[in-house]
Design a protein around this ligand. Structure first.
Ligand SMILES: Nc1nc2c(ncn2[C@@H]2O[C@H](COP(=O)(O)OP(=O)(O)OP(=O)(O)O)[C@@H](O)[C@H]2O)c(=O)[nH]1
Length: 665
């Protein structure tokens, strides 16, 4: 169940969802909750002139998953009277939105809310910019580092929230580093002190060791009971500096998020840095140079509340007849048309780290799938989309994701919101193939050259590597080191975060090839540390590596959709495992089928599928000629639904099974 106003809003749309004829007619959930203003919400009006720079505070809450970010955000909204406690209901969160977010307990899409807070006789405008957290249950949080980084660019401060029972986790450190890099004022907050297992003193000391902050600055709270939360509000006002920027300067607004509304087009979230933005203003984008007219603007309070203007330092939404999501570039600078300004300094664009082919289970559904992907990317701009086709799977799309969690979330959203059943090929990272005269980035195994073939003129192959950090109770340190070494770790190092014997925590850092962590690394990390380890990684460039392309042959014919890029040291193991799996999954044919794994011309592994003919007429004794014919015809029909790979018939579902099990193998 959702809180009052969100539930009412959801009900309106669920009715619409049910009446929508096709899944792709349905509005994406982000849009539904973001852009509509049902009458159940009380009309609010806010005069933006009341809030000059010195009474504005722009901040984020940064935390590891489940440390209580959404609970604290709700408490702040309640304490400032932005939402009504009774209407919201108890223990229900206001800012989390998507179904996948509720199911996985993670925040995927950032949300922003403005609060008005009276303090020491003055009214302050507090803008909370919600950053998505990761799910350490699934894989590294780096998937959403891009979202976090863009949210933080609109802030001057951040609440660093740590669970007093769990202590500092890997993601707390990585987000902290991003915040510090951006020069944000950090307010350390220790949450869940109401729990009997809380160890506030020990964890505060841990925060000192991990972040180098003064433990006396740590505010102890319980976001659940509200204890100490007023001290957080005080610290936001007192410790976070106000934004800079002059109202008289030419307009400069920083675009940090966008969503899509089917009626109004793109809705952008902006942070006005300089000048004043009004309804009716003609604005232009520094990036695309396109011009627009502002048709609507206001603040998220927490729903949309229209205002007459947005002044320096303020954060709000604008609608300006932007038709395509691709026009709203995250990190773009908007200015008054005809009055160009210097764009905001370089913003890291989203970089795809993991690629996979996405195909419909029924190849006739490609058009529908492509449409669904298009719609979904309107709300998730960080996904790269290209068309591709495979002889085995037909027409499909090659998608680039920020990480495997991102890929998983995208697949789940495709299934939840668009009823799309898809086959996703094994994830591949982008490799660099260095030829004598050029460097080519390859993210599709079918395009990877046969490096053993001298005519290819490949000088070397480079693979992406990451700097990984694992925080774990000391008793699991050895186990974690072994895990890292078995995944080709280098430069392994560790230090202790506190000195409380074996129950204390250690942080282990190393470099790992990205390809090693996109499959089973995370599951192993969790199971080998009894769920206690937290893991994070960041991009660390490229490094030469001995990689080869492995292909699989059925009856001597290669199956393109199954090609893999593997490290030479693992080729035997991987080849054997996949051939065994294929042997289990591929249905028997009318003839014997050799299943082989090959690297270049070398056959690495082989299994043989024995011949079999489904005798559909067995049991039909005597002269039932017509019935026999009917059964044989049925058999012929079902064969038409099979994919023909060379001479071998494969049902599309077999690929689904192979690739699904391939992921966890
Ligand atoms: N006892 C207690 N429980 C809390 C407190 N704060 C949060 N919780 C509980 O901790 C769980 C996680 O809280 P959330 O607010 O959803 O955590 P989150 O950090 O927003 O999680 P993400 O959305 O994934 O970032 C929920 O069950 C909360 O009720 C607290 O101060 N005390």
């Amino acid at each position: 169940m959702l809180p009052g106003w969100r539930q009412a809003c959801l009900n309106v749309f669920q009715t619409h969802q049910k009446s929508a004829k096709t899944p792709w007619q349905r509005a994406p959930q982000t849009v539904r909750l973001f852009a509509t203003t049902p009458s159940v919400w009380a009309k609010k009006s806010v005069c933006m002139e009341d809030f000059e720079r010195d009474v504005i505070r722009n901040f984020s809450i940064i935390a590891h998953i489940d440390h209580g970010k959404s609970t604290l955000a709700d408490r702040l909204l309640e304490l400032t009277g932005t939402i009504d406690k009774m209407r919201k209901g108890i223990n229900q969160q206001v800012l989390d939105k998507l179904k996948v977010e509720r199911e996985r307990g993670i925040t995927v899409k950032a949300q922003t809310a403005s609060m008005i807070h009276s303090f020491d006789g003055r009214k302050y405008l507090l803008n909370l910019i919600d950053t998505p957290a990761s799910s350490s249950r699934i894989v590294g949080h780096v998937d959403f580092a891009w979202e976090v980084s863009r949210s933080l660019a609109a802030c001057q401060g951040a609440l660093l929230l740590v669970d007093a029972t769990q202590g500092v986790q890997a993601q707390s450190i990585s987000v902290f580093n991003v915040a510090v890099e951006r020069g944000l004022k950090i307010i350390p907050v220790l949450n869940k002190i109401d729990l009997p297992a809380a160890q506030p003193e020990q964890i505060a000391a841990q925060m000192q060791a991990a972040f180098g902050i003064d433990s006396a600055e740590v505010i102890q709270i319980s976001a659940k009971t509200g204890q100490g939360v007023d001290a957080v509000l005080r610290a936001i006002v007192e410790r976070i500096p106000p934004p800079t920027g002059e109202a008289t300067a030419p307009l400069k607004a920083f675009l940090f998020d966008s969503s899509y509304d089917r009626y109004r087009g793109v809705i952008s979230l902006v942070n006005v840095q300089e000048g004043v933005l009004h309804k009716g203003d003609k604005i232009a984008s520094c990036y695309t140079r396109k011009k627009y007219e502002v048709t609507d603007l206001g603040i998220m309070h927490p729903e949309e509340v229209p205002t007459t203007c947005l002044r320096p330092g303020q954060v709000g939404y604008i609608a300006c007849n932007m038709k395509e999501s691709s026009e709203a570039h995250i990190g773009d600078t908007l200015h008054r048309a005809g009055v160009p300004v210097e764009p905001m300094p370089g913003f890291k664009p989203a970089k795809a780290m993991v690629y996979a082919g996405v195909y419909p289970i029924d190849s006739n559904d490609f058009v529908k799938l492509e449409e669904s992907i298009k719609r979904l990317t309107l709300t998730d701009r960080s996904v790269e989309v290209m068309r591709e086709s495979s002889t085995a799977l037909g027409q499909g799309c090659r998608l680039g994701f920020l990480g495997t969690l991102h890929m998983d979330v995208f697949r789940q959203r495709l299934e939840d919101e668009y009823d799309a059943n898809v086959i996703i090929t094994a994830p591949t990272v982008p490799y660099k193939v260095v030829y004598k005269d050029r460097i080519v980035t390859v993210s599709n195994p079918t395009e990877f050259p046969d490096v053993s073939d001298a005519t290819c003129q490949v000088k070397e192959v480079q693979e992406p590597i990451v700097k990984a950090s694992i925080i774990v109770p000391q008793e699991y340190l050895g186990e974690m080191m072994e895990l890292c070494f078995s995944h080709r770790a280098e430069d392994l190092d560790h230090r202790y975060l506190d000195s409380s014997g074996s129950s204390g925590r250690a942080i282990l850092t190393c470099t790992l090839p990205l390809s090693e962590i996109v499959t089973d690394f995370f599951d192993q990390l969790k199971s080998r540390s009894s769920g206690f380890a937290s893991f994070d990684y960041e991009d660390a460039g490229y490094k030469p590596s001995k990689l080869v392309k492995m292909i699989f042959l059925l009856n001597g014919k290669p199956v393109d959709a199954l090609a893999l890029i593997v490290h030479r040291s693992a080729e035997q193991e991987v080849g054997r495992a996949w051939v065994k799996k294929l042997h289990k999954i591929i249905p028997k044919q009318l003839f014997e089928v050799p299943i082989q794994a090959a690297v270049g011309r070398r056959i690495i592994a082989r299994e043989t599928l024995s011949a079999y003919r489904a005798d559909v007429t067995a049991g039909l004794y005597g002269g039932h000629h017509e019935r026999k014919l009917k059964h044989l015809n049925n058999q012929k029909e079902s064969k038409k639904r099979m994919k023909r790979v060379g001479t071998v018939d494969l049902p599309q579902e077999a690929f689904y099974d192979m690739l699904k099990t391939g992921k966890s193998s």
